[in-house]
Design a protein around this ligand. Structure first.
Ligand SMILES: [Zn+2]
Length: 414
């Protein structure tokens, strides 16, 4: 729950996407939202095998296609760079195989066609074997800068989630992800493993952590957080995109794990979606973080562990833990009122308060004359997490009990 500081005005939320010096360019920036005519086919009137050659060609080539399956389910997709794309950046198959992909989908039982199941159904794939996603790129396919950005994103992923699902460079693997540079959007990927070599595309101006980790999330098996069946309780779709069910529909047959997570890297961000000012029900993360967290959130990690059970997230290697107790309504600072100096980089804090309590976490920076809040995590629950791209300076953690009392622990990772 949000705590209003009486004496310390809340500074602007300063969670940043991407690296220092790199403009945050989240993936939705590249949604292929241009208009143009939609080619429509109704398989209840004309079965696939009765379509003429011209119509079959349009299924593979037209930018926007809407197919009504025999079950009555409407499937909207775009052909982008040789791939069938749904929901902005998720791939269903190769455009040249459109008729084949549609034929499989047409046989699926009515009501079972969430995008995730669509993707998996079309591909017959799913989880990666041995908790490992082999990846590579062709020599010369990425510039040195682009390669460094992917390496950095993979390092961050593995530091957080490596024990659950690790990305490993392995050009010789049979089933693997190939990083390619492409246009038509900020990024795109299949959902889960489809078998063989599958592309993960990043546009030239989108090589930042947010975009790369978001697409790695898709390739690992994640759907969009903002397309959850219950998303209307937590977010609203921007007015310009409300009618665009191709990219902003709800997916009610996809699996979800835990409450809606504003911190998930699988969210889009304004102006595509906005956090509701009055969310309905329990949620994780902070509404202000929508689309700004350049890492897997705690919720993402739990979801990944649900997809790949049995693994454990490794403890932070460079972290330290602060502990203490707080009464209801009380606050404290760690590691002390004078804080700590920090050379700059990603700064994370993960707070766990007593069960049933509502403890909140703030990251504050010394301006030279006062402490100002630069990041906050104020969910109604007893766990909070902050990931901040922090510049050099003096910082401290501010821990507040909105309700409840007892022991807390705060794990700080630099
Ligand atoms: Zn996406």
């Amino acid at each position: 729950m949000k705590h209003t500081f009486a004496l310390l005005p809340l500074a602007t939320l300063a969670l940043l996407a991407g690296c220092a010096g790199q403009a945050p360019l989240p993936e939705g920036a590249a949604l292929n939202l241009q208009g143009g005519p939609t080619f429509r086919v109704d398989l209840r009137e004309t079965p696939l095998n009765a379509l003429d050659a011209a119509a079959r060609t349009r299924l593979s080539q037209d930018t926007a296609v809407e197919v009504t399956l025999r079950s009555g389910t409407a499937l909207m997709y775009r052909n982008v760079a040789g791939h069938i794309v749904v929901d902005g950046d998720m791939l269903l198959g190769r455009s040249e195989d459109a008729a084949e992909v549609l034929a499989r989908l047409d046989k699926a039982p009515a009501g079972s066609l969430g995008t995730q199941s669509l993707s998996r159904f079309a591909a017959g794939g799913g989880n990666w074997a041995n908790r490992t996603v082999p990846y590579f790129w062709k020599q010369g396919a990425l510039t040195a800068t682009q390669a460094a950005a992917v390496n950095a994103a993979v390092e961050r992923w593995n530091a957080q989630a490596g024990a659950t699902l690790r990305w490993v460079w392995n050009p010789g693997a049979t089933h693997k992800v190939e990083f390619v540079v492409g246009g038509g959007g900020c990024g795109s990927s299949y959902v889960g493993a489809i078998g063989g070599t599958q592309p993960l595309t990043i546009a030239p101006n989108c090589f930042n952590n947010s975009t790369i980790i978001h697409e790695m999330g898709h390739a690992s098996g994640f759907h969009h957080e903002h397309q959850r069946c219950d998303r209307d309780n937590y977010i609203t779709v921007g007015s310009a995109y409300v009618g665009d069910t191709t990219n902003f529909g709800r997916t009610c047959s996809a699996y979800t794990h835990g409450p809606y997570d504003y911190d998930s890297v699988m969210n889009y961000f304004p102006p595509y979606i906005y956090a509701r000012s009055q969310p309905v029900g329990t949620y994780n993360g902070s509404p202000g973080n929508l689309g700004k967290v350049p890492d897997l959130s705690r919720g993402d990690l739990f979801a990944l562990q649900a997809i790949y059970p049995g693994g454990t997230t490794p403890p932070p290697t460079t972290g330290r833990t602060y502990t203490g107790t707080l009464g209801s309504g009380a606050a404290t600072v760690q590691p002390g009122s004078s804080g700590f100096s920090y050379a700059g980089g990603t700064l994370k804090g993960a707070l766990t308060g007593p069960a049933g309590s509502d403890f909140d976490l703030y990251l504050q920076r010394w301006s030279g004359s006062a402490w100002g809040t630069v990041a906050q995590s104020t969910s109604p629950g007893h766990t909070e997490a902050i990931t901040s791209a922090a510049g050099a300076g003096t910082y401290r953690w501010y821990i507040y009990s909105y309700s409840g009392s007892g022991a807390y622990s705060l794990v700080e990772t630099k």
